[in-house]
Design a protein around this ligand. Structure first.
Ligand SMILES: *Cc1c(COP(=O)(O)O)cnc(C)c1O
Length: 402
């Protein structure tokens, strides 16, 4: 983080207008992804779920360390193909159109994650018309019971996957279509999970289900996609998902369940790219209303929607800036609670509410941490027509690419 802070201070010295930048530490990203993927058991493969952050520099940085990209639109297929014409691409997401299915086939998608019965039928016809045999995983929405009640995408009614109650129908249909090759199942049921033991329990359920179905309907199980959902703890960044404990237990589970010959796919987003990103913004104003203090930053949740969308106080650090160019005294607050807000004309434009700070002055910089995933990519950039933040990439020590 020190080199990021240095880069930001330098940027601030060079410019007069208020700072508002995303900064990505690609050196960190490279190391992190290499480490995470290096710890996986032998029959596991890591794909990057590019919806978390599909900036070209991010994709190119993770590419050498991952097996491929997980995509959810033809636009994302094209982004993957721009990085490499041959990188494996797996295609999921609800509501794929005929053009997207055909486009995916023509772009040599490795696996289609089929989300419904109707999609299965459409894919079979389109593949047949193109005279191709396509590999599919059926995305299943399991009924449970599960070890926890915190599942987001399955275990309850959602638009994702095929209801477990329809498993037989879906499997028989997939097996009966000459243009489809049923290769296994896809389960992505949880988001931002912080408990590695619970994640192992969940994967154990996936293993059992997939094995049962492959035995019962007599087809070889080539893949199980266990999804993403490995979490980042925004309320305590030092207490995040215990990846080494998880990969150790996963290795034991694979042996115990005799899954060594099945390829286990992970498709992680947040866990790979969250920690490399920073959103650094200057304090434009500090004020008190009804006895509460507010700091207004240059920017807003139209750049960085994550804390509003997850309803959390986002972690940040303060970078003191000594420059002050007005003839009046600089407004400062200290040793008190403050709410950090953006420039939007809505009370929802909040990054952190009533958080304790030591000292904050107008002109200082707030640097939000862990903004590399679901940050710029999920935000409504043009609401209120403020300028977009700069996107900066720290390639090596102190080399900034703008
Ligand atoms: C979003 C998504 C992912 C990635 O989830 P993370 O929580 O970022 O790891 C993986 N698979 C599917 C199907 C998704 O929709």
């Amino acid at each position: 983080m020190e080199k990021v802070i240095k880069a930001i201070k330098r940027l601030k010295e060079e410019k007069n207008e208020p700072l508002c930048s995303y900064l990505y530490d690609l050196v960190h990203l490279r190391k992190h992804v290499e480490q995470v993927t290096g710890m996986l058991p032998e029959n596991c493969r890591m794909y990057y779920a590019m919806k978390a952050n599909s900036e070209k520099e991010i994709l190119e940085t993770v590419y050498p360390f991952i097996e491929g990209f997980e995509v959810a639109s033809i636009g994302e297929v094209k982004k993957a193909r721009a990085v490499s014409p041959t990188v494996p691409v797996i295609f999921g997401g609800p509501g794929k159109t005929d053009d997207e299915l055909a486009g995916g086939i023509l772009e040599n998608v490795q696996l289609f994650h089929v989300e419904s019965m109707q999609e299965l039928k459409r894919l079979a016809i389109i593949a047949e018309q193109l005279d191709k045999k396509v590999s599919v995983l059926l995305r299943m929405n399991l009924r449970g019971p599960f070890p926890s009640a915190t599942l987001h995408m399955a275990g309850r009614p959602t638009q994702f996957g095929i209801d477990e109650a329809q498993a037989e129908e879906a499997i028989q249909l997939a097996l009966s279509c000459p243009s489809l090759q049923l290769e296994g199942f896809h389960f992505h049921s949880i988001s931002n999970n912080l408990n590695h033991k619970r994640h192992i329990e969940l994967i154990n359920i996936y293993f059992e289900k997939a094995k049962d179905w492959s035995q019962k309907y007599d087809f070889p199980l080539a893949y199980i996609n266990v999804g993403g959902g490995i979490g980042v703890n925004f309320s305590d960044l030092h207490q995040s998902f215990h990846w080494d404990g998880f990969t150790d237990e996963l290795q034991r589970l694979i042996v115990q369940e005799n899954m060594q010959d099945v390829t286990i796919i992970f498709e992680c987003g947040r866990f790979l790219t969250s920690s490399c990103g920073y959103y650094a913004v200057e304090i434009i104003d500090i004020k008190e209303t009804h006895s509460k203090a507010f700091a207004v930053i240059r920017g807003g949740t139209q750049h960085f929607r994550l804390p509003v969308s997850w309803q959390h106080n986002h972690p940040f650090t303060i970078i003191p800036i000594e420059k002050w160019r007005y003839p009046f005294e600089r407004k400062a607050v200290g040793s008190q609670e403050i709410t950090i807000v953006g420039q939007l004309c809505t009370p929802k434009d909040v990054f952190a509410k009533d958080v304790m700070i030591e000292e904050l002055r107008i002109g200082d910089i707030i640097m939000f941490l862990y903004t590399g995933a679901y940050s710029w990519s999920i935000s409504h950039h043009d609401f209120l027509s403020h300028p977009h933040p700069q996107q900066l990439f720290l390639q090596e020590e102190s080399v900034l690419k703008v």
